[in-house]
Design a protein around this ligand. Structure first.
Ligand code: MTE
Ligand code: HPA
Ligand code: MOS
Length: 772
């Protein structure tokens, strides 16, 4: 395949998000804006108030008798299977019948004339249960002998035992890496409309319409062809809507069929935060051997994660943590093991980076440890450990790293950010400033692109050209603000050489493209862009054949130009040409398909090529810390990020900026806190602090590596952008660490756990000062 050269300028060009104006003026339609048919009912979840118990009885009489209530739904109302486990592990009941497994677990749903009535009634259940002891975090779970929620993964290469024995230096440590709430602006919502026979239409805010469809069918005991799931857009998903919408979809569907009325369910923010899964927090034990230059010789790592009460996506998430526990560094001898622990908490799920960020934090912590131990600039330790050079390109999962551009990328960022000079100035500042301490860090990211569940790497698209020349585009991806629809439309506009505005971007629906994968793993454009291009090329081929025979010219003389088609010497508008084609009965519609080539993964052996390619990036952040209070701010961040040949630089930059800020929030202020009873006490923005606009770096320079091109034949040689820059936030954590270390003359690595809240930073400062 030869890369197209864009004539119309549709691709590799700045184009604002197709809904940008609608987003900011409030005219973009979300699920809750869809006009409700007369008689629409509203559902609300009734939840548990203990973390672990045997259910002995559930008295819902007061719920039923409450004002406005139509009825309740319990496990008894499920005609199909009472399970919504996304990986088929059969461990996630819609409503439990025997055991409560976390505080806030949905036990039943109330259906009422209004949402308010349903919400009030949901509080009125009287539960009878026998309370059991609970384990909330991975350490408590291990101590209590809890099982792995899913099979652990082990990655091994080389031999660690002799490497540790012969090593000049060795450090063992532990880091706790916190979880994160998705805090999408639009919470979960599902709206089901019953149809004739088995039929159901469900509008829902989901990254994975096909899964919602199949899950509704599974729970209702009907075939998938009876269920249609639609999503025009989400107000953010961030992984939180990859599987967690299942509950809301099936509740709305069950109620809609039971009462034969449209039913909507929309939890409030507190219930959204307590009843749906979050990023996995980890406790990571590392053991690293290195020579006197700081070159790593062996790594042994154990990654224990709080998975919650059911498996959900914890298997692939903890796998991805191991896949990124090397970040950008070659480990000559390595053993990495995951411990996906069952806990009595909400079942944790996908979140931007999908476990990868937790692995990368561990890699960067080891680099930091080595830097303090060998008294070096951490950037120099990074450089001696990068992949590259003879025999230094194999990952712990035996995939070769052969596309690294980190040397150039880091070199450029080091120059443009003036890292060396600023670090020197900061060291001088800290020596002279007793209270305000500064820190700076330049950290890299390497992120593997592809779903590690290899079969997920497929996509479909459907294109119609109507006989007036307007184009209707549908693909299996979902729009959550990332700009996927804009990019896919750009690709189609380029293929036909027509104006972007000619293409109608339509809702994602299981009726048009079947068996789609979640829009996740940053692969939305890679997969759906290729599928759409495939559909466009099929139609183009028919059009070219038609033109060549109808006008009697060689095929090469049929060419597409901006809104025009040239056939031999003749030139006509795209619309006129399409009309000719229609009258000649040329099929103007095509379904496209794509699957990522060349990837494979043998999980049992821990070997393969799970990733088609890697995306790279680096960030340099400077912080200042008030060592009397622990308060800090980010003074400046410089980012250089790799998106290959960008399809749309402003959208990509927006993704990089947003991901960095979200990553920074994860590592600094976003703290999830459960009390001893297992109740999540940080269940609203009042107690859970995401970054504000005022928390962004005072100086924020974001650039794309415009010289980069994907070596692989991805769509127009671009690279995925959604998740990789999330990990650039680690530069802030490490800059904080340097500021803290300064109070004890940088003699030891402060070992900040995350989130490094101002309280944690203050405590670390006090501890180091006391020791010094
Ligand atoms: N950007 C916005 N604005 N909103 C989102 O919910 N989700 C992120 C990322 N960027 C998200 C986002 C996550 S977790 C992923 S996997 C990708 O977008 C998914 O979209 P893509 O594959 O089209 O990049
Ligand atoms: N990333 C994101 N979502 C996923 C993955 C993955 O690798 N596998 C299954 N769902
Ligand atoms: Mo993103 S966590 O893969 O939805």
């Amino acid at each position: 395949m030869k890369d197209n050269v864009s004539i119309s300028g549709a691709i590799h060009t700045n184009r604002k998000h197709d809904s940008a104006i609608k987003h900011v003026t409030g005219r973009a339609e979300y699920c809750d804006d869809i006009p409700e048919p007369a008689g629409t009912l509203h559902a609300y979840l009734g939840v548990s108030d203990v973390a672990h118990a045997k259910i002995k009885g559930m008295d819902l009489s007061r719920v039923r008798a409450s004002f406005g209530v139509i009825g309740v739904l319990t496990a008894d109302d499920i005609p199909g299977v009472n399970d919504i486990s996304p990986t088929g592990q059969n461990d996630e009941p819609v409503f439990p019948t025997e055991k409560i497994e976390f505080h806030g677990q949905p036990l039943f749903a109330v259906v009422a004339e209004t949402r308010d009535a349903a919400r009030r009634a949901a509080e009125l259940a009287v539960m009878d249960y026998e309370v059991l002891p609970h384990a909330l975090d991975p350490i408590a779970a291990q101590n209590a002998g809890y099982p792995h929620i899913t099979a652990p993964l082990k990655l091994v290469r080389g031999e660690i035992a002799p490497a540790f024995e012969n090593a000049a230096n060795r450090i063992k440590g532990q880091i706790t890496v916190g979880g994160q709430d998705h805090m999408y602006l639009e919470g979960h919502i599902a709206f089901a409309i019953p149809g004739e026979d088995d039929d159901l239409v469900v509008h829902c805010s989901t990254q994975h319409p096909s899964e919602a469809q199949h899950m509704v069918a599974h729970v209702m005991g009907i075939p998938s062809n009876a269920v249609t799931v639609n999503v025009r857009r989400m107000g953010g998903g961030f992984g939180g809507k990859e599987s967690q919408m299942n509950l809301f979809c099936v509740v709305a569907a069950l109620a809609a069929k039971k009462w034969n009325r449209a039913v909507k369910i929309r939890p409030d923010r507190d219930q959204d935060m307590t009843a749906t899964g979050k990023r996995h927090d980890f406790v990571i034990d590392y053991d690293v051997a290195f020579d006197d230059d700081g070159r790593i010789q062996a790594v042994d790592g154990i990654f224990a994660a709080r998975c919650g009460y059911s498996s959900d996506l914890s298997g692939p998430v903890t796998d991805r943590a191991l896949f990124h526990a090397d970040n950008a560094y070659f480990y000559p001898n390595v053993r990495l093991v995951s411990r996906p622990m069952k806990t009595n908490t909400v079942s944790n799920t996908a979140f931007r980076g999908f476990g990868g960020p937790q692995g990368v934090v561990a890699a960067e912590r080891m680099i930091e440890e080595i830097a303090y131990a060998t008294d070096q600039d951490p950037l120099d330790v990074r450089k001696v450990n990068f992949y590259g050079g003879k025999g230094r390109n194999l990952t712990p999962y035996h995939q070769e790293v052969n596309d690294s551009i980190l040397e150039r990328l880091i070199g450029e960022l080091e120059d443009t950010s003036e890292y060396r000079a600023r670090r020197k100035a900061i060291l001088a500042h800290n020596a002279a400033s007793p209270i305000i301490k500064k820190g700076i860090a330049l950290t890299p990211v390497k992120f593997g692109i592809s779903f590690t569940a290899t079969w997920y790497n497929q996509a479909g698209a459907l294109i119609h050209i109507y006989n007036d020349g307007s184009i209707h585009l549908n693909h299996g991806g979902t729009e959550m603000g990332q700009g996927l629809n804009t990019k896919v439309s750009q690709i189609v506009a380029d293929a036909f050489q027509v104006d972007f505005e000619r293409i109608k971007i339509t809702k994602t629906t299981t009726e048009k493209v079947p068996n789609t994968s979640a829009t996740a793993a940053s692969s939305g454009t890679d997969l759906n862009g290729m599928a759409a291009l495939n559909a466009a090329e099929q139609i183009k081929e028919r059009l070219i054949d038609f033109a060549a025979s109808n006008w009697n010219v060689p095929k090469e003389q049929v060419t597409f130009h901006p809104n025009e088609v040239h056939i031999g010497g003749e030139c006509m508008s795209f619309n006129a040409f399409i009309k000719h084609a229609y009258l000649a009965r040329v099929q103007l519609s095509a379904a496209g398909f794509y699957k990522t080539p060349d990837i494979h993964w043998d999980r049992a052996a821990g070997k393969g090529r799970p990733f088609y390619y890697y995306a790279y990036g680096a960030a340099c952040s400077e912080v200042s810390v008030d060592t009397l209070t622990g308060e800090y701010r980010v003074e400046r961040t410089d980012i250089l990020h790799d998106v290959g040949r960008s399809l749309n630089p402003i959208l990509d930059k927006g993704q990089v900026e947003g991901a960095f800020i979200q990553g920074m929030g994860w590592l600094t202020t976003e703290e999830l806190w459960w009390d001893d009873a297992g109740r999540l006490r940080t269940h609203a923005p009042s107690t859970y602090k995401i970054p504000l606009a005022s928390d962004r770096p005072r100086i924020f320079n974001v650039s794309l590596a415009d010289w980069s091109e994907n070596r692989e034949l991805t769509i127009k040689r671009s690279k995925a952008v959604g998740e990789p820059p999330f990990m650039l936030g680690i530069s802030v954590l490490e800059a904080l660490s340097m500021a803290v270390a300064s109070v004890a003359d940088y003699r030891e690595c402060p070992r900040l756990n995350t989130p490094a809240t101002p309280e944690c930073v203050l405590m670390a400062v006090e501890r180091l000062r006391a020791e010094a």
